[in-house]
Design a protein around this ligand. Structure first.
Ligand code: C2E
Ligand code: CA
Ligand code: CA
Ligand code: CA
Length: 279
C-alpha cells in the first residue's frame, strides 16, 4: 500500500478494496485510540557496556485495540506515516514521556534520559521545536532528558528544513540519535548532513554478528567510524552473550536488547530506576 497517496484514507468509498478498507479502519481507530487513551508506552533500558548501568531508555508505543488486542507498531506506525497522523502520535509520545519523567522525579528517583522515535514528517511541521519546548517547560525538565531517534522514512528525504530543525533542537540541548543505522533507510550519507550525538546500529547487523564474519567486521568498523565522528554507539537487538562480548571487545558504548531487558511497562522500569537510585 506504500505507493498510495497521502490523503487516500480520509473518506471511505464503497469501491475500496479490502486492503484499503482495512487501512481506512485502522486509521480511524488510531484517531479514536489517541482520544480514548488506548496507547501506552513501554521503556527499554539502554545500558553501559562496561558497567551494566542503565544510562537511558527508549520509549516504545503499544496499542491495545478494543477488538483486536495488541497491535504491533510495525503495523500501525506505517499507516500513521502515510496519513500524517504520525505527527499527532509524536506529540502524544513526547508529552507522555515528559509527564512520566516528572512523576518519577517527584517520587525522588534518579531519572535517566528517554529517547523517543520521531518521524521525519514531524520535522516538516514548524511547531515541532516549540511543542517539545512547551512539554519540557510544563514539566520543568532539562532538554538533556529527551533524545530524539530519527530514521529517514520511505516518504521523505532529509531536506534543508529537517537539518535546520535538528540544529535548533541540538542547540536547545536535545540529543539526536540516528536510528536503524546500516539499513536502507539510514545510510552513511546521513552522517554528512548533521552531527548526530548517537549512532544506533541496526539489529540486523548485531544478530548476524556471531554467524557471519562479514557482519562482525562491519559492526566493528561502524563503531570505529562513529567514534571517529565523535558519536556514542548503541547496539540494538542484543540477544546473546556472544554478541555482547564481541561488542564489548569492540568498544561499543551502549547495549539495548532482550539480553538485558525487553521493553517493559513504566512500573517495572520504575523498579529498575529505584535500584539505581539506592546505590
Ligand atoms: P525501533 O525504533 O528500531 O525500535 C526497536 C525495536 O526492536 C522495538 O520493536 C523493540 O521491541 C525491538 N527490540 C529490542 N530489543 C530487541 C531484541 O533483542 N531482539 C529483537 N528481535 N527485537 C528487539 P517494537 O517495539 O515492535 O517497535 C517497532 C518499530 O516501531 C520501532 O523500531 C519504531 O520504528 C516503531 N515505533 C515504536 N514506537 C514508536 C513511536 O512511539 N513513534 C514512532 N514514530 N515509531 C515507533
Ligand atoms: Ca528507535
Ligand atoms: Ca532502531
Ligand atoms: Ca525501525
Amino acid at each position: 500500500a506504500k505507493q498510495k497517496g497521502k490523503n487516500r484514507f480520509q473518506v471511505y468509498h464503497p469501491s475500496m478494496d479490502i486492503e484499503s478498507y482495512k487501512l481506512f479502519t485502522l486509521e480511524q481507530d488510531m484517531r479514536k485510540a489517541l482520544v480514548n487513551d488506548e496507547f501506552i508506552l513501554e521503556y527499554q533500558p539502554r545500558v553501559d557496556t562496561k558497567t551494566g548501568k542503565i544510562l537511558s531508555a527508549e520509549a516504545l508505543l503499544r496499542w491495545s485495540h478494543p477488538e483486536w488486542g495488541r497491535v504491533s507498531p510495525l503495523e500501525f506506525i506505517p499507516v500513521a506515516e502515510e496519513s500524517g497522523f504520525i505527527i499527532n502520535i509524536g506529540e502524544y509520545v513526547i508529552r507522555k514521556v515528559c509527564r512520566q519523567l516528572f512523576d518519577w522525579k517527584e517520587k525522588g528517583l534518579s531519572i535517566v534520559p528517554i529517547s523517543v522515535n520521531i518521524s521525519p514528517l514531524s520535522f516538516l511541521k514548524n511547531s515541532l521545536v516549540s511543542m517539545i519546548k512547551e512539554a519540557l517547560d510544563e514539566y520543568h525538565l532539562e532538554a538533556e532528558l529527551i533524545e530524539i531517534e530519527l530514521t529517514e522514512s520511505s516518504l521523505i528525504n532529509y531536506s534543508e528544513n529537517v537539518i535546520s530543525v535538528l540544529k535548533e533542537l541540538g542547540s536547545m540541548g536535545v540529543k539526536i540519535a540516528l536510528d536503524d543505522f546500516g539499513t536502507g533507510y539510514s545510510s552513511i550519507t546521513q552522517l554528512k548532513n548533521y552531527k548526530f550525538d548517537v549512532l544506533k546500529i541496526d539489529k540486523t547487523f548485531i544478530q548476524a554478528m556471531d554467524k557471519t564474519a562479514e557482519d562482525a567486521i562491519i559492526t566493528a568498523n561502524l563503531i570505529q567510524l562513529a567514534h571517529g565522528l565523535n558519536m556514542k554507539v548503541v547496539a540494538e537487538g542484543v540477544e546473546t552473550f556472544e554478541q555482547f562480548y564481541s561488542l564489548r571487545k569492540n568498544e561499543c558504548d551502549q547495549i539495548q536488547g532482550y539480553l538485558f531487558s525487553k521493553p517493559i511497562p513504566p512500573s517495572s522500569f520504575e523498579q529498575k530506576l529505584l535500584i539505581g537510585s539506592l546505590k
